[in-house]
Design a protein around this ligand. Structure first.
Ligand SMILES: [Zn+2]
Length: 76
């Protein structure tokens, strides 16, 4: 079994391949839902509402950091 990083510390990507949202578990939108008839709160993508997500791979994180650095460079 793969170990999960502590909640909210690892960057995640939306489970929908066409959605470009990236963020952290703490950035997910809380939406009311039901599981097996029980009311609960689900964490969903703030952009498309998809409630599945995956942790970004090391390569994806590197690419994201590169992009953010390039962006910060442009703005300063
Ligand atoms: Zn999404």
């Amino acid at each position: 079994m793969k170990e999960h990083p502590p909640f909210g510390t690892a960057p995640i990507r939306c489970g929908r391949t066409r959605c470009s949202w990236r963020g952290y578990e703490t950035d997910l939108k809380k939406v009311p839902g039901t599981i097996g008839g029980l009311r609960c709160t689900r964490n969903a993508c703030p952009t498309c509402g998809c409630d599945s997500y995956s942790f970004m791979t090391a390569g994806e994180i590197k690419a994201r950091e590169r992009k953010q650095r390039a962006q910060a460079h442009k703005e300063s």
